[in-house]
Design a protein around this ligand. Structure first.
Ligand SMILES: Cc1cc2nc3c(=O)[nH]c(=O)nc-3n(C[C@H](O)[C@H](O)[C@H](O)COP(=O)(O)OP(=O)(O)OC[C@H]3O[C@@H](n4cnc5c(N)ncnc54)[C@H](O)[C@@H]3O)c2cc1C
Length: 465
């Protein structure tokens, strides 16, 4: 239990209204978008300034109190669960867009800005920030940087790390460090911006972010291709990429997903299709026209049945809305969903799809597949019920087999969701042991008392700190 005196000091730093201790408030911060962990924090703080974050960390460090940074709490790896209790430091009140520079094509934001709010503000200026995790209505810029989030647009535009130019980070001892710059090029020493991007709240609290922007593409087109065979759908993805065209988005969804979406929000998706590819091209009108035609030809040669070209923005929006409803569709059918995130080289995608189907049959467990296929990134969703021990054990075995398959295909166990609590038992399989030791060494330098998001990324007994 935190001493009463610590709570009083937190109230002095933040103000009473920014310190939550009531059980019903704390429970709101005890879980994230995973469905298998919860843990109550002892206190939640909602700072509004960097100075407050610095003072909270200084106090926590001196008293060796765990601090779990949190944005929107939408991550799917257990990253923002305060597994060791202590303080949850939630940045949602640090939510100002501090500046947009149209000439430098950059913006400076606080970490608690909601991604969709940022995108809407930019769109009014004709500007575009591509990273688009499908939690855009609830996730924060800070959370997306801490997870190095991806999303459908990343096939053409890259993931969050490709857009982070500079950061202000508060270290575990309260020191406020500025790294990176507002320039698009910067070769000054080791790239610490990249180190903090994707560090899952274990190395410091991000309090300001400078990102690179792009002009909004002038035109776009959406198409939908139907496949009778899931593996052929996967092969079509490789054929498109090998065909010399990189679409803006290239998503794969399976029949389970199609039927669920049609149940909860009828969209007119073909319910008999075994797989769909949902594709968007963007750029100048002439380029969009030419690339769409090129993709249509490749789809036909790759065995697609029906291919629909959205006739207008309303039809295109309807398909993309259906895609972003994926998790609502899937989470509502099972008590527990193990939402995986394996990624393979893009020429091995068809094999991953086929093997995942075999694993589903072998364990007699429903595994619905969707994902950012253009990145080789699939989300096999293993539907189970953690209250049913036998079924859950089978689901976990299936999950391990999916990880092993991805690794055997030259892939990775997480493309975008991070390690958090969920994948830490598998880190040893996925990384060189020396690389793990180097990571632990970095953690020890930056957070010697191991207060920042402890017990994440690697197993407790492995903690170097
Ligand atoms: C419906 C749905 C769809 C999703 N789709 C995608 C997708 O397409 N692509 C994708 O990549 N992810 C996706 N996600 C996962 C998730 O939304 C992302 O990981 C997102 O980046 C999390 O942002 P957040 O603000 O919710 O962070 P949180 O969940 O609050 O935190 C995530 C991690 O970042 C740390 N953190 C948060 N803020 C800070 C900070 N200021 N400083 C330091 N550390 C911090 C936390 O400690 C935690 O480890 C999806 C999730 C859901 C629920």
């Amino acid at each position: 239990m935190l001493r009463h005196e610590i709570i009083s000091q937190l109230k002095k730093i933040i103000g009473k209204e920014g310190v939550l201790t009531a059980k019903e408030d704390l429970s709101t911060y005890s879980y994230d978008a995973t469905t298998i962990w919860t843990h109550m924090p002892e206190v939640v703080v909602l700072p509004t300034t960097t100075e407050q974050v610095s003072q909270v960390l200084k106090l926590a460090n001196e008293n060796k109190i765990p601090v779990t940074p949190r944005g929107g709490g939408t991550n799917i790896s257990g990253g923002s669960i305060p597994i060791k209790g202590g303080i949850v430091l939630c940045t949602t009140k640090m939510n100002k867009i501090l500046g947009i520079n149209k000439t430098n094509l950059s913006a400076n934001v606080e970490p608690g800005v909601i991604l969709q709010d940022f995108k809407t503000t930019l769109a009014k200026e004709g500007l575009f920030y591509p990273p688009d995790p499908q939690s855009f209505l609830g996730c924060t810029l800070g959370g997306t940087v801490a997870e190095n989030a991806g999303g459908p647009y990343c096939v053409k535009y890259g993931v969050t790390k490709q857009y982070v130019l500079g950061l202000e980070v508060v270290l575990a001892n309260g020191y406020v460090m500025k790294i990176g710059s507002t320039t698009v090029k910067n070769r000054t020493g080791y790239d610490l911006v990249m180190l903090f991007t994707g560090s899952e709240g274990t190395l410091g609290v991000i309090t300001k972010i400078t990102v690179r922007l792009l002009p909004m593409p002038l035109a776009n087109k959406t198409m939908l291709a139907v496949f009778d065979d899931m593996t052929a759908g996967g092969q079509a993805v490789s054929n498109i990429l090998a065909g010399g065209v990189i679409p803006a988005k290239l998503e794969f969804v399976d029949n389970f997903f199609i039927r669920r979406v049609e149940e909860i929000m009828p969209t007119g998706l073909p319910v008999d299709a075994n797989a769909l590819l949902l594709i968007q091209t963007d750029g100048s009108p002439a380029a969009v026209e030419a690339e769409s035609q090129q993709i249509l030809d490749i789809l036909k040669r790759s065995g697609a049945g029906e291919v629909r070209l959205a006739k207008d923005t309303a039809e295109a929006d309807m398909y993309w809305k259906a895609r972003s409803a994926a998790y609502a569709a899937i989470y509502s059918v099972a008590y527990t969903v193990l939402l995986e995130d394996v990624t393979v080289p893009r020429d091995r995608l068809a094999e991953l799809i086929q093997k995942t189907g075999e694993i589903s049959k072998k364990y007699g467990i429903v595994i619905s597949i969707l994902g950012h296929a253009g990145d080789g990134n699939l989300h096999p969703n293993i539907l189970t019920d953690m209250r049913d021990k036998e079924n859950f054990a089978k689901a976990e075995e299936a999950m391990v087999e999916i990880f092993d398959t991805a690794l055997a295909l030259g892939g990775v166990i997480s493309g975008e969701h991070g390690i958090g609590l969920e994948k830490k038992p598998f880190l040893k399989k996925a990384l060189d042991p020396v690389a793990i030791e180097i990571m632990k060494g970095i953690k020890k330098i930056l957070d010697p008392n191991n207060i920042l998001n402890p017990d994440k990324i690697w197993e407790e007994e492995e903690k170097g700190a």
